[in-house]
Write a protein that binds this ligand. Structure first.
Ligand code: AOF
Ligand code: ZN
Length: 373
């Protein structure tokens, strides 16, 4: 049975976990509160991979007050030796007698065994309180662990009539400053930004994060802001060697499928990483690419691209969420649309979505929607 006190401590642990949003990848965001009844004796959250887990930081803060305490954890304590030793052992050694966990760790190295070990050692374990909130924190990590694919958010900016660019390709700037700052936070919380060669050739984008740590909730002012991996889907290796994104701090991965070793070597020589991906009908196999990104530890992908790649990703059912910024103007039916899809013959073929959130950002509107594949 969970009490109001359990609920409050676990809710606090979720708040702490949230502070890791911009730093923990490829690890999940995790928070821990140690309490004796109402009284909190230790708090911790996971900052970044390789550094101590939430439980260890909370235990360090609590010291001997952890003896007989309840541990509130947003994710099952690990029982494996990863970059850090098992949290289960640390909790047992410190004399914690009860564990309230929001969810099981989907990592196959843990997957229920952490809770099982604690139970075997005589600890009272309860699982499932605030599970929905805990899962929402780590959707990318969970999807990668369960399906071997990253979570993909497709960010698009359009006019009120759903147009992204004029027929001549001009698309700067559709949305206002406030919406573009919002996109900066989306980028900062993503491990990779994926775009298509068409977008790079037309826009020469930077695809980087231009925010300081103080603008990202939970980050310490002196922490370095991470640059997500920039991924260019470029089947025939057409990326110009002087593209802007190759000159910026952070890494760029060019993904093609054509057999062109010289071109690949030239890209490597200017600092790009290259990956020759499996092909599907002469183009990069997008599902294979997403699997590869997951294998490289990418939990969350932000897709920022034009109608061709966005359409192909949607058709391949690789998009989990649409983040659509709509600006209050009309561009007319000669302007370009959001997704290139084969012509539909019946209304049944529509791709259905469900709205998750609709909100005004400055003068624009942000719609978050999820496809119902
Ligand atoms: C916890 N508490 O705070 C986190 C956990 O390489 P390591 O040692 O950092 O282990 C990473 C794995 O540990 C990660 O994939 C996930 O299964 C779990 N994360 N577990 O008990 C934490 N961050
Ligand atoms: Zn751990």
């Amino acid at each position: 049975m969970n009490t109001r006190v359990d609920y409050e401590h676990l809710a606090r642990a979720l708040q702490l976990a949230e502070r890791g949003r911009y730093t923990t990848a490829p690890n999940p965001c995790v928070g821990c509160v140690l309490a004796q009844g109402e009284r909190v004796v230790g708090e911790g959250w996971h900052h970044r991979a390789g550094e101590p887990h939430a439980e260890r930081l909370a235990l360090a803060q609590a010291g001997t007050a952890a003896w007989g305490a309840t541990a509130y954890v947003t994710l099952e304590p690990c029982c494996h030796h990863g970059r850090t030793p098992p949290c289960t052992e640390a909790l047992l050694a410190a004399g914690v007698t009860r564990v309230v966990g929001a969810m099981t760790d989907p990592n196959p190295l843990v997957a229920g065994q952490g809770f099982a070990q604690l139970r075997q050692a005589g600890i009272a374990v309860e699982v499932g309180l605030l599970e929905t909130q805990a899962r929402a924190l780590n959707r990318g990590f969970i999807k990668r662990m369960e399906l071997g694919l990253p979570l993909v958010r497709c960010k698009l900016a359009a006019s009120l009539d759903g147009r992204t660019a004029l027929a001549n390709g001009d698309s700067q700037w559709i949305t206002s400053d406030a919406a573009r700052r919002d996109v900066q936070r989306l980028r900062a919380s993503s491990s990779a930004i994926v775009t298509g060669i068409g977008t790079v050739l037309v826009d020469n984008p930077s695809l980087n994060v231009r925010l300081s740590a103080t603008e990202l909730p939970g980050m310490a002012a002196d922490e370095a802001v991470r640059q997500p991996l920039r991924v260019v889907v470029d089947s025939h290796w057409r990326l110009p060697l002087n593209a802007r994104l190759l000159r910026l701090p952070g890494e760029t991965l060019v993904v093609g499928c054509a057999d062109a070793p010289k071109r690949m070597a030239a890209l490597q020589a200017v600092g790009a990483q290259v990956y020759r991906c499996a092909a599907h009908e002469g183009r990069v196999d997008l599902t294979a690419l997403m699997r590869e990104l997951a294998q490289r530890g990418i939990n969350e992908v932000l897709l920022e691209t034009g109608a061709t790649l966005a359409g192909a990703m949607l058709a391949a059912e690789l998009i989990d969420e649409l983040v659509l910024y709509l600006a209050p103007h009309i561009m007319g039916d000669m302007a370009l649309g959001l997704f290139q899809l084969p012509q539909l013959m019946t209304m049944n073929e529509r791709v259905a979505f469900t709205f998750i959130e609709v909100r005004q950002i400055g003068v624009d509107v942000r719609i978050v929607a999820r496809p119902l594949f």
